[in-house]
Design a protein. Sequence first.
Length: 84
Amino acid sequence: MPTVNMLDAKTNLSKLVDAVESGAEEEVIIARNGKPAAKLVAVTTDVDTSKRIGLFEGKYPPMSLEDFNAANDEIAKLFYGEDD
């Protein structure tokens, strides 16, 4: 975890961001007058997908495959017309 002063941080900001982003450095401390003032860390973009599962659970009645396929003939007639 390197510490850089404000002037060096301004001058080398792109290099510092690259180092943090690539994982070469976990974080970089930016100091002002020798005192730590800010911490440069990578942004994590982990998506929490745990809340997506079961989003509509309980909102619709359970349906078997036979029930689901029961309307296939009616739907086919709507698309292709009556076969009379």
